[in-house]
Design a binder for this molecule. Structure first.
Ligand code: SF4
Length: 283
């Protein structure tokens, strides 16, 4: 089980740089530090101080989280008109502890009062369904998009690399429920874990009915600087003979395979800032 800590933050909206800026976002909103999903590949702990972390966060990634308990209050002091907000590059807003210690309902209430131009949820947590009425209300005032992570079609792989995340079946069902509620929800194939790429694409298309977004696992040959895949994921890949999923040429072939499957359905698949740029578009 996880330990939950609390802090009061000085600010809650951060101007973005790099990948997110290139994609078209202006700000990020991060309600907690350290994420109790604790995925073995998560790039956030590799950012260390640049990710706003403290040493214990990157040495004990996923074992605790520190909630910014004044997040909603901080939002009352700022204007968000014109902002294109990504929530979040550093934590899943619907991480497991959000069930017992909810921050998102109050945050959403404040955003409804002062709506940004675009608000994007980056999550893999079916718990977002708890807040569906608030999400729909925000979508009346703002452009709301949900980027829902699906990383593989194989649950044995999911258990290896992201053991605290919900099963693929539960996540695909959540996408369908969000879609049925009239929300703009994308199946985001990121990071691409060992999978049958065509089968994964098919499941994602059936669930979301939209263009697909994704990204292979970050690796130094294609991303020389900044955040990258944690060593723990490399260890698992070696143990299960899955190292090729961290090789540039193989990653290109997987992306091409998913792109072909999407095109056959009349849809697009795009990766990197171009892919995530779909989420940031102004209407
Ligand atoms: S859910 Fe996202 S932020 Fe949380 S540990 Fe997994 S990859 Fe990292």
């Amino acid at each position: 089980m996880w330990t939950v800590r609390e802090t009061t933050a000085k600010s809650i909206l951060t101007p973005v740089t790099g990948f997110l800026k290139e994609a078209g976002f202006t700000h990020s909103l991060t309600p907690a530090r350290n994420c109790t999903y604790g995925c073995l590949y998560c790039y956030v702990p590799t950012m260390r101080l640049f990710g706003g972390l403290q040493r214990e966060d990157w040495t004990h990634w996923g074992q605790f989280t520190t909630l910014k308990t004044n997040a909603a209050e901080l939002l009352t002091r700022s204007r968000h008109a014109g902002q294109v907000i990504y929530c979040s590059p550093l934590v899943d807003p619907y991480q497991p502890t959000e069930r017992e210690r909810p921050l998102m309902p109050d945050i959403l209430q404040e955003l409804i009062r002062r709506p940004p131009a675009v608000f994007v949820f980056q999550t893999r947590g079916p718990l977002i369904l708890r807040d569906i009425d608030l999400v729909r209300e925000l979508a009346q005032a703002s452009t709301v998009r949900i980027s829902f992570s699906i990383t593989t079609d194989r649950d044995d792989v999911r258990r290896r690399y992201e053991p605290h995340c919900e099963s693929n079946q539960v996540r695909l069902r959540a996408i369908r429920q969000l879609r049925d509620a009239g929300l703009e929800v994308y199946a985001t194939l990121a990071p691409l874990l060992p999978c049958n790429p065509e089968a994964l694409a098919q499941l994602a298309i059936e669930a979301s009915g939209r263009d697909l977004i994704g990204d292979p696992l970050h690796i130094r040959p294609t991303k020389a600087h900044g955040a990258t895949t944690r060593e723990t994921a490399f260890e698992v890949a070696r143990r299960y003979g899955e190292e090729k999923w961290l090789e540039p040429q193989f990653q290109i072939e997987i992306v091409e395979s998913i792109t072909r499957r999407a095109k056959a359905a009349g849809l697009d698949f795009s990766v990197g800032p171009a892919g995530f740029g779909r989420l940031a578009r102004l209407r």
